[in-house]
Write a protein that binds this ligand. Structure first.
Ligand code: NDP
Length: 435
C-alpha cells in the first residue's frame, strides 16, 4: 500500500514547519488515532462506477471500521460488478451493487430508501450533482461530491447552483460536502491549513497541478474526457483584489520547479476551488490556478478544437443529432483503463505567500503521487487515485463526526487537521516546502 511509504520516523507530533530553508517537512499529527477511535459502523452508497468510483470503492473497502457496508450503483450495472469483483480480489471484501439513473430523482430516492445509507458519495458526473442533492434532501441522507455542478448544454461550472441548496440542507439538518477530490478538495484543505497553522496573513495563493506521467497513448484524458476538455478549453480566469480577470484559453504560462518531479510549464486556467477560496481565505489578494500539459497533448487539443471536435453544440450526422465532444469521448481511451501502462508522478499543491510571526513566508504544500504505485494498489492511475482517496477521507470525516454541520460546505470551511492526518495515512502523504 502507498500508505506503507509513510516513514516510521516521521510519525511523531507535528514537526516545526517554520524553517526558512528549502527543506521539506513531513506533517503528521496524532489525531488520526482519535478519528479511528470514534469510528462508527456505517453504510455508504457510492454513485458512479468510473475511474474515480473504482478507487473510492477500493479505498472504502480498506477501512471496514468506518465503511462497514458499501453499495456501488451506476448507470451501467456491469461496470459496478467488475469493480466489485476487483475489490473482492484485492481487498477481500464483498460489496453490494445496483443500477440507477442518477438524473432521475425519483429513481435515486427509491434506491436510497432501499439501501438506507448513512451517506451518498457522488462520483458520477457534475451533471448529476443537483438531482442527487434533491434526492438526498427527499430521503434525508447526507451528500458528498468531488466536482461542482455544470449544466450539460453550457460549459460553465459555478458553485451558485449548489450554494442555493444551503437553506434546504440546513433546515433538513443534513450536511452536503462539496468538492472532496484533490483539486478541488485537498487544495482547499491545504489552504485551510495555511490559514489555521502556517501563516498569520495570506497574500497570494497559486494552485499548481502537474502530471509528469506518461500513459503511452497519443492522446487521452486522465478523467472523464468530456468534463476535462470542457474545462481546459474555457477562457482562463483568476481573482485579484476583489475582481475576476479573464485571459484567453491557455495563454498565460509560468515555469515551476515541482518537488520530486522537475521544472514544468503551468498554464493559467479557471478552476472551481478559487470561487470559494477567495471568499473563505481572509485578506487574500490574489488566487490563480496553473496546470501543466505536454506539448503533444496541446497539439492534439488544438487540432481537435480547430476542426470542431471539442464543441458541445449538436450537429447533424447521418440524419441524427450528435454532440461532437460526446462522440470524441466515445473514441478516446477510458480513463479507468490507463493505469496499467502509466509511468511517472503527479505533484499538486498550493504555493502560498504571506507572513508568519511578523516575517515574510512562502511555502509550497503538496503531495507527490506515483502512477505505477496506484496501479499496484487499486489498479488505477494517479489522477483517479488522488481524487478517490480524498473522496473516501471526506466521507470518513462525515461518518465519524470529525466533520459535522447542517448545510452546504466547501472543504476549507472545516478543520483541516483530522482530514490531513487521515490523508497521509491512507495513501497521499503531503509535505511543506519553505522557500
Ligand atoms: P468517468 O466518466 O470515468 O465515470 C463516471 C461514471 O458516472 C460512469 O461510470 C458513468 O456511467 C456514471 N454516470 C454518468 N451518468 C450517470 C447517470 N445519469 N446515472 C448514474 N451513473 C452515471 O468519470 P471519472 O471517474 O473520471 O470522474 C468522476 C467524477 O470525478 C467527475 O465528476 C469528475 O469531474 C470528478 N473529478 C474530480 C477531480 C478532483 O480532483 N476534484 C479530479 C478528477 C475527476 P457509465 O459508465 O454508464 O457511463
Amino acid at each position: 500500500m502507498l500508505a506503507g511509504r509513510w516513514p516510521e520516523s516521521l510519525k511523531s507530533p507535528a514537526l516545526d514547519l517554520r524553517g526558512t530553508s528549502r527543506k521539506a517537512a513531513f506533517c503528521w499529527h496524532p489525531a488520526q488515532v482519535h478519528v479511528l477511535k470514534i469510528a462508527a459502523m456505517s453504510k455508504v452508497l457510492i454513485i458512479g462506477a468510473g475511474g474515480v468510483g473504482g478507487v473510492v470503492t477500493h479505498k472504502c473497502a480498506q477501512v471496514p471500521k468506518v465503511f462497514s457496508e458499501i453499495v456501488l450503483a451506476s448507470r451501467t450495472l456491469s461496470k459496478c460488478q467488475a469493480i466489485a469483483a476487483q475489490v473482492k480480489e484485492l481487498q477481500g471484501r464483498e460489496i453490494e451493487v445496483d443500477q440507477v439513473d442518477a438524473d432521475n430523482v425519483a429513481e435515486t430516492v427509491a434506491l436510497l430508501r432501499k439501501h438506507k445509507p448513512d451517506l451518498l458519495l457522488n462520483v458520477a458526473l457534475p451533471y448529476q450533482d443537483l438531482s442527487l442533492m434533491d434526492a438526498c434532501l427527499e430521503a434525508g441522507v447526507p451528500y458528498l461530491d468531488t466536482a461542482n455542478y455544470e449544466p450539460p448544454d453550457e460549459a460553465k461550472f459555478e458553485y451558485k447552483w449548489q450554494w442555493a441548496y444551503q437553506e434546504r440542507f440546513q433546515k433538513a439538518g443534513l450536511m452536503a460536502l462539496l468538492g472532496s477530490g484533490f483539486d478541488p478538495g485537498v487544495t482547499n484543505v491545504f489552504c485551510a491549513l495555511a490559514q489555521k497553522d502556517l501563516f498569520d496573513t495570506i497574500k497570494t495563493i497559486d494552485i499548481l497541478d502537474c502530471n509528469a506521467g506518461s500513459h503511452g497513448h497519443p492522446f487521452a484524458t486522465n478523467f472523464n474526457p468530456e468534463i476535462n476538455i470542457r474545462e481546459i478549453t474555457q477562457r482562463g480566469r483568476f481573482w485579484e483584489k476583489g475582481e475576476w480577470k479573464e485571459t484567453d484559453p491557455l495563454s498565460e504560462t509560468m515555469d515551476f520547479d515541482f518537488p520530486e518531479v522537475g521544472v514544468y510549464k503551468g498554464y493559467l486556467m479557471y478552476h472551481e476551488e478559487m470561487e470559494s477560496l477567495c471568499k473563505n481565505i481572509k485578506g487574500l489578494e490574489r488566487i490563480r490556478f496553473w496546470m501543466t500539459f505536454s506539448e503533444a497533448y496541446l497539439t492534439h487539443l488544438r487540432v481537435l478544437e480547430s476542426v470542431g471536435m471539442t464543441s458541445i453544440k449538436p450537429v447533424m450526422h447521418d440524419g441524427r443529432e450528435i454532440v461532437p465532444l460526446k462522440f470524441l469521448k466515445s473514441v478516446l481511451p477510458d480513463p479507468s483503463s490507463l493505469g496499467q501502462r502509466y509511468e511517472g508522478k503527479t505533484c499538486i499543491g498550493c504555493l502560498v505567500e504571506g507572513t508568519k510571526d511578523g516575517k515574510p513566508r512562502k511555502s509550497f504544500i503538496y503531495n507527490v503521487c506515483d502512477h505505477a504505485a496506484c496501479y499496484d494498489e487499486v489498479r488505477s492511475q494517479a489522477i483517479s487515485y488522488t481524487t478517490g482517496v480524498p473522496a473516501m477521507i471526506g466521507a470518513m470525516m462525515m461518518l465519524t463526526g470529525a466533520w459535522k454541520g447542517a448545510g452546504v460546505f466547501n472543504m476549507e470551511q472545516l478543520d483541516p487537521t483530522p482530514f490531513l492526518d487521515a490523508l497521509g495515512n491512507h495513501g497521499l502523504p503531503w509535505k511543506v516546502l519553505d522557500y
